[in-house]
Each structure stands twice: as C-alpha cells, then as structure tokens.
Design a protein around this ligand. Structure first.
Ligand SMILES: [Zn+2]
Length: 199
C-alpha cells in the first residue's frame, strides 16, 4: 500500500474522513491506515451492517455480553476498598441482619430483578438527571419517572437490569399518562436495543 509522501489536509480517508496517509493500489482511494479493517469508519460500518442482520435472540445475547463486560468492570471496582467505602456496601448487609430488609435468597427472581432495576434507576437519576430531564420538570405530583421499556417486559425478555434502569431508558411523563401506561412499553425491543447501542 503506497504511503502518501506529503500528506496534507486535502487527503481524507474515504471512510472516516480523517487525515489520509495511504492510497490504495487498486481503487486509488485515500485511507487513514494501511489496513482498512483498522479504520474507525470501516469498523463503524461493519458494526452497523452486522446489527442490521441481527435477530432478536442475537441482540439479546449481545446486550447480555455488553452487560457481562459492565459487570466485570463493576466487579473490579468492588474489589477496590476505597470505592467500596464510598458505596457503603455494608449498609444493606446490616439491614438484613437487623431484619429491616429481606435476604436476597428469599426473594423471587422477579423481585430481585425489580430491586436491581430500581437501584440502577436511582443511580442513573442522580448522575444523568440533565439528560433524563432536560426541561428540569419537577418530579413528583405532576411528573413521574418512567421506564420506556417496562421492568416487567425487561424481566420477561431477559434484558439485563442495567439497561432497563439506564438513563437512556428513562424519561419523565405526566402522572396521568403513566397511570394509563401502567406495565406497557412505549418503545419496542428494537428501539431499546438501538438506544443501548447509542452513545
Ligand atoms: Zn479511515
């Protein structure tokens, strides 16, 4: 692959539009890297076409994978004593011991899932409130926090709790709308999936 001798701003990679440093023998197209499979534009395109060909099962698997990766990161954090201290891990343990909380092994799978989603939802509300609630509506009497893809459906579809509790799946809606909506979803599985893959 010939390297451009004097790369200037006039040469842009045909896929990612960044500075080109190579030119293809055959197509005479400029590219940012010698191996096109390493170009960020190529990677993005490949991922997009891969996702278009994905079935619901594959997407569920992919979400599970992303979630496992996230959990592995969390697991690492949990081993950091400083982080643990901040998170106050022992609070819930003490509650179980003194009887003010139910031991997780006595809860049904659904209850555990719902607790997980609620915990993640609270964290997301705290840290991403400006994204969830860009208009700064007052949460409470008139507006309620709602999961676009519902907790119940998330449980049925085996969606990792962190996706249902994610700020990307949260919005404020009018209380009356929420009462009518109850357990139903306002987005489809495919919409949830693309939300989770968005930045
Ligand atoms: Zn490129």
């Amino acid at each position: 692959m010939p390297k451009l001798l004097n790369p200037s701003n006039n040469y842009k990679c045909f896929l990612c539009k960044s500075q080109a440093t190579y030119i293809s023998f055959n197509s005479k197209k400029y590219r940012c890297v010698e191996k096109i499979t390493q170009c960020p534009g190529f990677i993005k395109k490949a991922e997009e076409s891969r996702q278009q060909n994905m079935s619901k099962i594959d997407r569920q698997k992919h979400m599970k994978n992303m979630s496992d990766k996230g959990n592995a990161k969390l697991h690492k954090l949990h081993q950091d004593p400083e982080w643990r201290k901040i998170k106050g891990e022992n609070i819930s343990k003490n509650k179980i011991i003194n009887g003010s909380a139910i031991d997780p092994i006595n809860k049904s799978a659904w209850k555990l899932y719902e607790d997980d989603v609620d915990r993640i939802t609270r964290t997301n509300w705290i840290y991403n409130q400006s994204i969830i609630n860009p208009l700064g509506l007052e949460r409470g009497k008139d507006y309620e926090l709602d999961h676009k893809y519902s907790k119940q459906q998330g449980f049925k579809d085996n969606i990792p709790a962190e996706f249902i509790g994610s700020y990307k799946n949260l919005h404020l809606i009018e209380r009356s709308t929420n009462r009518r909506k109850y357990n139903t979803c306002s987005i489809t599985f495919e919409e949830l999936y693309s939300l989770m893959n968005s930045i």
